[in-house]
Ligand binder design. Structure first.
Ligand SMILES: Nc1ncnc2c1ncn2[C@@H]1O[C@H](COP(=O)(O)OP(=O)(O)OP(=O)(O)O)[C@@H](O)[C@H]1O
Ligand SMILES: [Mg+2]
Length: 236
């Protein structure tokens, strides 16, 4: 069953087409990686799904009835679609725990928050750092905290933009394990990444974007063997 269906999506900036009649469907329970060269439209796709950018045409269906292109950022987040941005955006002057509290959102009742924060601290492995200021964390820990903030509200769709950019190999492996642990039959995870070892470790399927269109969709092994993918992306 599809958790998210992108239909015929076009985004135009001036005379430039960032997304060009793009369609893709992500299943519930799936981890999908979106890969492709710089400027392919990967972040733009997440911007449309999360309501930051409105498309020229097309729609993004979440479930049977909700077209996310007609909703505000707040409505989309409340519906259970949460995003981690390309640049880590934690609140540096607040503690890890306080950041996770913000991630819980305004709708969660106070008595559930502490338990939820404890769960997320355990899942992300940040429990020893709960009282540390977010600004004092190592880069990898900041990335995990931001994933934790996304996770705190228990989202149905998780959007991650370059979660391992700038991480060491061991931090990258830990992030892959974290994403594996986040898989659930009723949740879809969409990850943009340039690190192909990481992508291979986490993704059920990959979508290769090029000039706002899908160049390839399928397993990572197939992507590595695809002549067009090698030409525009993997061969570089
Ligand atoms: N607000 C905007 N106004 C004009 N052009 C934009 C805007 N946002 C993105 N673009 C352009 O759209 C294209 C796609 O950008 P996008 O950020 O989606 O690429 P990306 O695939 O995420 O690339 P990267 O791997 O470098 O992060 C780029 O050429 C970019 O310059
Ligand atoms: Mg990007």
């Amino acid at each position: 069953m599809s958790a998210l269906v992108v239909e015929n999506l076009s985004v135009v900036f001036g005379r430039f087409r960032a997304l060009d009649a793009l369609s893709l469907a992500v299943d519930a329970g799936e981890v999908r990686a979106v890969i492709g060269p710089n400027g392919a439209g990967k972040t733009t796709l997440l911007d449309v799904i999360s309501g930051i950018t409105k498309p020229r045409s097309g729609r993004v269906m979440f479930g049977d009835t909700l077209d996310l292109t007609r909703r505000s950022e707040t409505e989309i987040a409340r519906a259970g679609v949460r995003r981690k941005f390309q640049k880590p955006s934690v609140f540096p002057a607040l503690t890890v725990r306080e950041n996770l509290d913000i991630g819980c959102g305004t709708a969660m009742v106070p008595r559930l928050r502490a338990a939820r924060i404890a769960e997320v601290l355990a899942e992300t492995g940040l429990d020893p750092r709960e009282d540390a200021l977010a600004g004092s964390l190592a880069h990898g820990e900041k990335q995990w905290l931001e994933i934790g903030m996304v996770l705190a509200s228990d989202p149905k769709i998780i959007l991650l933009d370059e979660p391992v950019a700038g991480l060491s190999d061991s931090e990258t492996e830990r992030t892959a394990a974290l994403i594996h642990a986040l898989r659930r039959p009723d949740r879809a995870i969409l990850v943009i990444e340039h690190d192909m070892v990481f992508v291979e470790a986490i993704a059920d399927r990959v979508t290769v974007l090029h000039e706002g269109r899908t160049l390839y969709e399928g397993g990572m092994q197939g992507a590595r063997a695809d002549a067009r993918v090698i030409e525009v992306f993997l061969g570089r």
